[in-house]
Design a protein around this ligand. Structure first.
Ligand SMILES: NC(=O)c1ccc[n+]([C@@H]2O[C@H](COP(=O)([O-])OP(=O)(O)OC[C@H]3O[C@@H](n4cnc5c(N)ncnc54)[C@H](O)[C@@H]3O)[C@@H](O)[C@H]2O)c1
Length: 433
């Protein structure tokens, strides 16, 4: 057993998590709870300030869990990359967005790797957790580390481990979600495995970093494609005069060979709309067109426009035009019970309705102010539902009183089947996807 592995087993290692957002903060907490000394390194001084006060800024992490770890001196945060010089293990959880032309934006991974290289020393584990295209760890991270004097597999151990955190999920958390892990060499895998198996219930080793990178893209492509399929089923059902929700619910009674996915206003969040495009971009360079991904992206990206068409047609039935109508969008977070608005389809729905001349407001119990993609809006805290010409439910947070919304709104466009079971209002007041 090497000294480094022994350090991990004794939990005497210092772990630095680079990027303490939705993915990084839960990891900081898990390593802290397992008894490691952990520092979160982030460029955002506000996150660093809050963490050092023991205050959580991520819904899934209660302050009651973070606070004691900070006050015990196990966990802290910094904006100074100098801390990397003290790290026995560095875990990189920085963003991997797309640029304007929908291509991978690798700036954050490159910046974080450059910082590690400036402070690297022998006997370190470096794990990339940011979702990215197959080949990134080997082609982007490894050459930089080797250029800085390290020999991967000998005095530095490099791995990739996809993050599977599902914000808002009350059952599957960082600790109990199996963790896939691939090393650049067998020694890299062995060292990274020794690190993670001390804090997580189950580590699933794979043969390479490329395989580990691909696992994540398979998982998220699976979701994007199935959501694309079911969104198209919803479009087909409309043409056929059928209720797509009824059809899906009935199909879901099949105990084998079917897994229900549900239509919606479009994809959102930092993962599902973006990750598959990392894969299709990679394949384009190999002269291969990832047809399922591109088709699903096309269908899913057009769902906000479909919601707006549906709203226009509902208003039309009540002899109103979109132009000049007061429309309330309900729920702007990208999914239920979270406050994350990144890539939320609500942004497109609001922008498209405004383009058509609607006077748009929004209500979201989790998002008091919306600032995204050039859109800045204050939410309506307590809407007078009846004062809007149309209410569009984009995200069905549990905190919303849907029966009240339906009872008091003039018309409701329901993109989530939130109004299921409500039968005591006239049919021309509810329009489902
Ligand atoms: N959010 C999710 O549900 C989720 C789930 C699985 C995987 N992922 C993946 O995990 C990665 C991180 O996502 P996230 O949602 O945690 O992002 P996030 O934006 O919440 O957090 C990323 C943090 O990294 C910091 N940062 C950026 N560059 C930095 C640098 N060079 N040095 C230090 N800090 C830096 C940012 O300030 C930010 O605080 C992405 O690749 C994402 O695709 C996210």
């Amino acid at each position: 057993m090497t000294d480094l592995i022994q350090k991990f087993e004794k939990r005497a290692a210092h772990v630095v998590v680079v990027g303490i957002g939705y993915v990084g903060l839960p990891l900081v907490v898990e390593f802290g709870k397992a008894g490691f000394r952990v520092t979160g390194l982030d460029k955002d001084p506000e996150k660093v300030r809050l963490l050092n006060k023991g205050e959580s800024y991520i819904g899934d992490i209660p302050t009651s869990e973070l606070g004691p770890l900070v006050s015990s001196g196990k966990v802290d945060a910094t904006t100074s990359e100098d801390i990397l010089a003290k790290a026995d293990a560095v875990i990189v959880c920085v963003p991997t967005p797309l640029n304007k032309t929908k291509e991978p934006d690798m700036r954050f991974i490159v910046d974080a790797t450059d910082a590690i290289c400036r402070h690297t020393h022998p006997n370190q584990v470096v794990v990339l957790e940011s979702t990215t295209y197959p080949g990134t760890t080997r082609e982007v991270v490894v050459p930089k580390l080797e250029a800085s004097g390290r020999t991967v597999g000998k005095d530095i151990f490099v791995a990739f481990s996809p993050e599977r955190v599902d914000p808002g999920n009350k059952v599957w958390k960082t600790k109990n979600t199996p963790k896939v892990l691939g090393g650049v060499t067998p020694e890299c895998l062995k060292h990274a495995q020794a690190l993670y198996q001390n804090i997580l219930d189950r580590v699933v080793p794979v043969s390479s970093t490329d395989a580990a990178e691909m696992v994540k893209l398979l998982e998220n492509t699976f979701r994007a494609v199935n959501i694309g399929l079911v969104n198209e089923i919803a479009l087909m059902c409309e043409k056929l005069g059928l209720d797509s929700w009824e059809v899906i619910d009935a199909a879901a009674t099949k105990p084998f060979g079917f897994m229900p996915f549900y239509p919606g206003p479009g994809l959102g969040g930092h993962c599902i709309p973006i990750d598959p495009l990392y894969l299709s971009w990679r394949l384009r360079a190999l002269k291969y067109t990832a047809r399922f991904i591109e088709l699903a992206d096309d269908i899913n990206s057009n769902m906000p426009a479909y919601v707006v068409r549906k709203t226009a047609s509902a208003l039309n039935k009540h002899k109103k035009s979109v132009n000049g109508s007061k429309v309330l969008v309900v729920g702007v977070a990208y999914k239920r019970d979270v406050d994350d608005v990144r890539e939320s389809p609500a942004i497109d729905v609001i922008s498209l309705l405004r383009d058509e001349g609607a006077d748009v407001s929004y209500h979201d119990p989790h998002v008091p102010k919306l600032e995204e993609h050039g859109l800045t809006l204050d939410g309506v805290a307590a809407p007078q539902w009846g004062s809007y010409d149309a209410t569009v439910i984009v995200t069905d947070h549990k905190a919303l009183d849907i029966p009240k919304i339906v009872r008091e709104s003039k018309i409701v466009i329901d993109t989530r089947n939130a109004t299921r079971g409500i039968t005591d209002v006239p049919a021309d007041r509810i329009y489902k996807l």
